[in-house]
Design a protein around this ligand. Structure first.
Ligand SMILES: C[S@@+](CC[C@H](N)C(=O)[O-])C[C@H]1O[C@@H](n2cnc3c(N)ncnc32)[C@H](O)[C@@H]1O
Length: 387
């Protein structure tokens, strides 16, 4: 038996159904959450904490948040308080007992914080378009009978994905997850990252805490259902985890936290928790507006996710899209920004070849005819002269 024949999803569902009913210490990787947010969360939720990090620390008021594999709802209930009444939180889980516990406690938390901004939906995180409760209702009305019935049910599922998606495309500011991505079986992993990308708005981001390994997980560990549901067998390697986001089209990918100590070591392979952030929004047309960026250092040069190689201290020509990307998180603090003296309105801008890396001569920013001579300017910090 290999992981292809091992019923990974059933093993995971069975383990977490039991973990929803009674606390299982082996599934817990100790995490310290901000205690101010825990006060309103009922004990049965907190006791069944199977997370490995705290993505909720990286949320902001007003955001719409999607939590993948929300379990009994702890991260959703913390996020509800961070995003506040103008924000919204959606938890997704496939295990009924987890959803029951989360839904039972949602009104309790809502009453304690004074508003209700959390809901829980049933789905698989690698297939965020399919609403499993709607499909359930369809299949109860027209039960599957034989192979033809099975094929008809597949058609109906596709129709539901298109007409009534569980999570619609481009609707989420931040996708978070706490110790779940590793539980998705290998053949569905690529689709999982594509789904995270699909549901995010342009400019949105993923903040994911998960278990990763320092070496590839060998086949014999992948055959063990206990290790699968225990967040071990399905772990990606540390670089593999970042690469999966890159392949799905994300940019600005970085580790926000990496536990120096492993959570578990199995056969000499270390498994530890990391929290990663990745942005959606580098796709789209490139226009020339004569803008430039200067990489401030400390490295001699850097390469971005569109293969622009930028040397420290040089003016690099960038398109309007890249200029705007670099003007916001996570890049802003690393660059200086040079706007042209005479701005080019976006409606008049010509296409820009974003595949090249080119220096921007200062004359391009100032204009070839620029011929000014001036007195010494006042320093920006309020001093009377620069030297
Ligand atoms: C390790 S627990 C983490 C729960 C929660 N995030 C926390 O911090 O306590 C994993 C959760 O993900 C759910 N899960 C695992 N694989 C899933 C999948 N493919 N789709 C949806 N939910 C999944 C399980 O039912 C379980 O509730």
């Amino acid at each position: 038996m290999n992981h292809e024949t091992l019923a990974v999803e059933s093993a995971v569902k069975e383990r977490y159904a039991a973990g929803a009913l009674a606390q299982e210490a082996a599934l817990c990787c100790p995490v310290s959450y901000d205690p101010q947010y825990l006060k309103v969360i009922p004990d049965e939720v907190i006791e069944r904490d199977y997370g490995c990090g705290d993505p909720s620390r990286h949320l902001h008021p007003g955001e719409t948040v999607l939590d993948l594999g929300s379990g009994t709802g702890k991260i959703c209930f913390i996020a509800a308080q961070v995003v506040g009444p103008s924000g919204k939180v959606i938890g997704i889980d496939m295990t009924d007992a987890m959803l029951d516990c989360a839904r039972r406690n949602a009104p309790v938390v809502a009453e304690r914080i004074g508003y209700a901004n959390v809901e829980f939906r049933k789905g698989r995180i690698q297939d965020l378009a399919l609403d499993l409760e709607r499909l359930d209702a369809e299949l109860s009305a027209r039960p599957i009978d034989g192979a033809d019935g099975f094929l008809a049910a597949e058609e109906r599922a596709n129709e539901l994905r298109m007409k009534h998606p569980l999570v619609a495309t481009g609707t989420i500011d931040v996708v978070v997850s706490n110790c779940v991505l590793n539980l998705v079986e290998p053949r569905a992993k690529r689709q999982l990252f594509e789904e995270i990308f699909r549901v995010l708005k342009v400019g949105g981001r993923a903040v994911i805490s998960d278990i990763v390994s320092d070496e590839a997980v060998p086949a014999e560990l992948q055959r063990d259902p206990e290790l699968w549901s225990g967040c071990i067998s399905g772990s990606l390697t540390e670089p593999g985890f970042l690469e999966a986001f890159e392949r799905a089209g994300f940019h600005g990918i970085r580790l926000l936290k990496r536990d120096p100590e492993p959570w578990r070591t199995v056969g000499g392979i270390e498994f530890r928790a990391v929290t990663l952030e990745a942005y959606k929004g580098k796709q789209g047309p490139c226009f020339e507006r004569n803008q430039a960026v200067i990489y401030k250092g400390p490295f001699k040069q850097v390469l971005d996710d569109d293969e622009h190689l930028m040397a420290r201290g040089e003016r690099h020509a960038v398109c309007d899209k890249t200029f705007r990307l670099f003007s916001s998180a996570p890049y802003r603090e690393h660059f200086e920004f040079v706007e042209p003296l005479t701005p080019i309105p976006l409606e008049e801008a010509q296409p820009f070849d974003c595949g090249r890396t080119e220096r921007r001569h200062p004359r391009e920013s100032k204009g070839q005819a620029y011929d000014a001579t001036s007195e010494a300017a006042q320093c920006r910090d309020g001093g009377s002269a620069c030297c």
